[in-house]
Design a protein around this ligand. Sequence first.
Ligand SMILES: [Zn+2]
Length: 253
Amino acid sequence: MSRPEIVISFAPELRLFVPSERRAGRTTVVTDGSSSLGHVVESLGVPLTEAGRLLVDGREVPVSHVPGAGETVEVCAVVRPQPVPGAPLRFLLDVHLGTLARRLRLLGVDAAYESEDIGDPALAALSAAERRVLLSRDRGLLRRRELWAGAYIYSDRPDDQLRDVLDRFAPALAPWSRCTACNGLLERAAKETVGERLEDGTRRTYDVFAQCVECGRLYWRGAHHARLEAIVEGALSEFGGAADAVAPPRLPM
Ligand SMILES: [Zn+2]
């Protein structure tokens, strides 16, 4: 079988994934003549979740395209905001992204999170079963075929991770509407019905309460609120600008 040589280049956003000698621009690759372009791109280190359009001599091709000798391939980054078919937009985060999960929930974004390491196959199966976009910094996990959709998390800092996800997927924001502990929805709770579960000081100081419909956890504007408020305000000012980006629900708090 012939081993065609192609020329390939990657968008700047993708260059961290490829070997250093391929980061500057176009380089040549000898392929096996039968593998798809998607396989070639992955074998050079780029998760397909991060690849946008694939252009061959300027013409868009599917990942199944088998490169031929002399073709010039350009691998683009995903467009932002990235459309995810099959709304509603929901996420699944791997075991290393607990802080990001809690911050997404704080903003009302549906973010399931596995606090125990259930293993890559189980995570990928969960993504498929619940149609959730898997967020991970593990490139191997993002290569699993059974994933419904996935996205690489580029930073290891929660502030940057949150901005990256909001910028990339533009989820509707509904702050204070979801339980940060379990991802359940919050509903308004009457003080009379939850009073006996509160410390005296809390009962005297606060009047507005919300309760998680899943785990029953109670929320009120308590001690950590200033820090959380700052996260919410920052996200709304940067990403809540579009009229339809902020869902208008009855916020429980
Ligand atoms: Zn809960």
